[in-house]
Design a protein around this ligand. Structure first.
Ligand code: COA
Length: 180
């Protein structure tokens, strides 16, 4: 899957270094919206950082440890989603995402994550997908909740971003719950 049209203006593309300029610009325009929850935002100070991340994600795809997608809305890059950890020993993947503020509130990320879950169970040897979020990050926690994940645990003070340490809510979805 290099680029897939999910309809109603939503497309997903495999993230490649050629997306670096568009994504760096998007992050730069959305720092206030993103930095409270995402540690990479403050670390992203130039396009080279984003390009290096995307190159590493492609290597990670070849090595079976990553899958990163760019979300396009009406033809323009609007966010990113992907597997940020694939634990082949325990057969667990964890999944993360962000959207530019102007693309929120339309159900785009929920639809995109639904497709990423399909791809993950089809293409990776994992039987469980996790999503981690801070309890106060209502919009983020609502995504796994909408998709039928189970809220399994709260790890105390285990999620660090932009000078805050939050609790970490662990949402889990099993292969048989999704496919069966
Ligand atoms: C997390 C994040 C991607 C969620 O964005 P979002 O727009 O709320 O999620 P979706 O795209 O799935 O859209 C859901 C919203 O669209 C609405 N919506 C409209 N049509 C919809 C549809 N067909 N299906 C589902 N929701 C729909 C929902 O009601 C919901 O809005 P509400 O929260 O006002 O009820 C976004 O808030 C973000 O990027 N936050 C900052 C970064 C971040 O926290 N990342 C996660 C770290 S753990």
């Amino acid at each position: 899957m290099l680029r897939e049209d999910l309809g109603e203006g939503l497309e997903l593309a495999l993230a490649v270094p050629q997306h670096a300029e568009a994504l760096f610009e998007l992050i730069d325009q959305n720092r206030e919206h993103l930095r409270r929850w995402l540690p990479f935002v403050d670390a992203t100070q130039d396009v080279g950082y984003t390009r290096a991340f995307l190159a590493d994600q492609l290597r990670g795809l070849a090595e079976g440890r990553a899958l990163t997608l760019v979300l396009f809305h009406r033809g323009r890059a609007a966010g990113v989603l992907g597997l940020n950890r694939v634990d082949a020993v325990n057969r667990v993947a964890s999944l993360g995402y962000w959207l530019a503020r102007e693309a929120t509130g339309r159900g785009l990320m929920t639809r995109a994550v639904r497709r990423l879950i399909d791809l993950t169970f089809e293409s990776f040897p994992v039987d469980r997908i996790e999503i981690h979020c801070a309890p106060d990050n209502r919009a983020s926690c609502a995504v796994p909740e909408r998709l039928g994940f189970t809220r399994e645990a709260v790890l105390r003070r285990a999620l660090r971003a932009h000078e805050f340490t939050d609790d970490r809510v662990v949402w889990g979805l099993l292969r048989e719950e999704w496919t069966g």
